[in-house]
Design a protein around this ligand. Structure first.
Ligand code: G
Ligand code: G
Ligand code: MN
Ligand code: NA
Length: 253
């Protein structure tokens, strides 16, 4: 309860900020995207992890306000980079299942229009729990977002309960292999088998594959052999402030 009211204040007091974690192309070695991750700079507790406050926000419904803030802030940042003539890759924003209602496409369209963000600059990440809900209107909402030119990624893949049969019904362009299966590569046989199966399936479905939580060169080599497209993880960078992300891309030129 304490966190809930503090979180409300945090929104009003501008204590929230976005960090960016690069996604690196295995083919070119270049940064080809980033995931925006919410952070809370608490005046007393310091930087609070979303692992602590997102679940509270989900329970209380505050995730709707938080989610709108994240979308707004990501689009503001994309526009600021463009206005500064910086060439930045697409930014992915996490969406909670609770944000998925019939008004979502219009809300996203409004924010994009306000900041004149082209759809190629924005991606949306969502988790499997959304697919399990499986309602027809989820597919309809996704189709609207795709029709707006946005691309959709399925986050934390393999950790939920969605049947593989669902996958082909959803207009998803990217699968993100959860770091739970990346941790054991290349030494744990089971993790290798699961990673291989996910990549093989995603390729058949013509989806891009991003591996999360990549921390070692050995993991990278294994994922390269599998034909994974992009990697995200501490091997390349932790989530970092916008200014550091700009600097990283500037140095890469
Ligand atoms: O950044 P970190 O690994 O601490 O994030 C912990 C969890 O919080 C992850 O599961 C991540 O998906 C989630 N998260 C981070 N930022 C956002 C956000 O803006 N919206 C939602 N819904 N979840 C987020
Ligand atoms: O659920 P989601 O995939 O959105 O969560 C991303 C979270 O994973 C972020 O909070 C980020 O801090 C964390 N993360 C990103 N890369 C690594 C990594 O290489 N190792 C570990 N342990 N965590 C990571
Ligand atoms: Mn994510
Ligand atoms: Na994840």
């Amino acid at each position: 309860l304490r966190i809930e009211s503090e979180l409300r204040q945090a929104l009003a007091n501008k204590e929230l900020l976005l960090y960016y974690q690069p996604k690196v192309s295995l083919r070119s070695g270049r940064v080809v995207g980033a995931e925006a991750l919410l952070r809370w700079r608490h005046p007393v507790r310091g930087l609070v992890s979303p692992g602590v406050f997102i679940p509270v926000a989900e329970e209380t419904g505050l995730i709707l306000d938080l989610g709108n803030w994240v979308l707004e802030e990501a689009c503001r940042q994309i526009a600021a980079w463009r206005d500064a003539n910086l060439m930045m890759p697409p930014i992915a924003v996490n969406l909670s299942a609770r944000q998925f209602d019939n008004q979502l496409p219009q809300r996203v369209a409004d924010v994009m229009a306000r900041h004149q963000v082209p759809p190629e600059q924005l991606m949306l990440e969502m988790t499997e729990s959304l697919l399990v809900r499986g309602a027809d209107n989820v597919i309809a909402i996704m189709n609207k977002l795709v029709a707006m030119g946005l691309s959709l990624a399925l986050d934390d893949f393999g950790t939920g309960y969605s049947s593989l049969a669902y996958l082909k019904k959803f207009p998803i362009s990217t699968l993100k292999i959860d770091r739970a299966f990346v941790i054991g590569l290349p030494f744990e046989e089971n993790d290798c088998a699961i990673a291989r199966a996910i990549v093989t399936m995603a390729k058949q479905l013509r989806q891009e594959i991003v591996a999360e939580g990549v921390e070692t060169i050995e993991q990278m080599s294994f994922l390269r052999e599998l034909g994974c497209d992009q990697l995200q993880g501490y091997l390349f960078s932790q989530p970092i402030p916008a200014a550091d992300f700009e600097r990283m891309l500037g140095e890469g030129k």
